[in-house]
Design a protein around this ligand. Structure first.
Ligand SMILES: NC(=O)c1ccc[n+]([C@@H]2O[C@H](COP(=O)([O-])OP(=O)(O)OC[C@H]3O[C@@H](n4cnc5c(N)ncnc54)[C@H](OP(=O)(O)O)[C@@H]3O)[C@@H](O)[C@H]2O)c1
Length: 251
């Protein structure tokens, strides 16, 4: 079992020279992480479905005179593999080599019993939280393999490691995330320079957390920006030996 050293801190230029794609970069953990990666020298590719929100973080990064980010408006609630292949083709044509892919975007879906879960919500949660991860990672693998030591991060959850009533499709999608991580990590382990790990953020003050726990008092949980070093560790060369690990950002 591996851990992220809790006292590890990135150097100011920890991610210098690296290109990192973050999904769900419009808000929450993805937004804070994209900003933190840019602050550590990376060129970030911001993927999300809300173009205005992506432009807002683009402006914040460029105003701070950090590396100009790329914008990738894409709705992950699409199972059309051609969309993902087209994106990979466009990035390849632009000469992009990917040092990191953070599959962060997710939806919570309906917090109710499986018996009451609508098929439409089930489909959306499984599509956004795991099928799009498969499609995007598959399409981008040649760009990741072109880097000397790329890191793929899957975003897990406590309910993806132990099932809980009323967490429905979300919990199932996070179990699938862990399974996907293990299978891919073992497949790539002996043949590829790409490493794959999952990270459970723990409770973090984001819209998703507030939706899941509306009665929780403000200030209960850390802000996303307080935890981004955990992701940066996994994206940095400091973690080059980690592959196939299910990790926790807190505790
Ligand atoms: N916060 C926690 O306590 C916690 C705990 C355990 C795990 N996690 C995991 O951490 C990750 C980040 O969650 P968060 O708390 O930061 O949630 P969040 O604030 O709700 O952010 C989710 C992100 O995913 C994006 N997204 C959702 N559906 C999308 C779609 N169809 N296409 C493209 N992007 C889409 C959202 O974009 P829009 O702005 O367009 O909606 C947003 O950028 C998730 O994988 C979540 O499961 C969070």
């Amino acid at each position: 079992m591996s851990f992220i050293p809790q006292d590890w801190q990135p150097a100011a230029d920890e991610l210098s020279g690296k290109t990192i794609l973050v999904t769900g970069a419009s808000r929450g953990i993805g937004r804070a992480l994209a900003l933190a990666c840019a602050q550590r020298g990376a060129e970030v590719l911001l993927l999300g479905r809300d173009e205005a929100a992506l432009e807002n973080i683009y402006d914040e990064i460029t105003a701070a005179k950090l590396k100009t980010p790329g914008l990738i408006p894409l709705d992950l609630n699409s199972g059309d593999s051609a969309l993902y292949e087209t994106l990979a083709g466009e990035l390849t044509a632009a000469g992009v080599i990917l040092d990191g892919l953070v599959n962060n975007a997710s939806v919570l879906g309906e917090r109710r019993a499986l018996a009451q879960t609508s098929p439409q919500s089930w489909q959306e949660v499984l599509q956004v939280n795991i099928t799009s991860v498969f499609l995007l990672t598959r399409a981008l693998m040649p760009l990741l393999e072109a880097a000397p030591s790329a890191s793929v991060i899957l975003t897990s959850s406590g309910v993806g490691r132990r099932g809980k009533a009323y967490w429905g499709a979300y919990a199932v999608s996070k179990f699938a995330t862990e399974g996907y991580m293990q299978v891919l990590a073992e497949e790539l382990g002996s043949t590829s320079s790409v490493r794959v790990n999952s990270l459970n953020p723990g409770a973090v003050n984001t819209r998703m957390r507030r939706l899941a726990y509306p009665a929780e008092p403000p200030g209960t949980n850390p802000e996303p920006s307080e935890l981004t070093d955990r992701w940066i560790y996994l994206l940095s060369d400091a973690s080059h030996e980690l592959n196939g690990e299910a990790l926790d950002a807190q505790g």
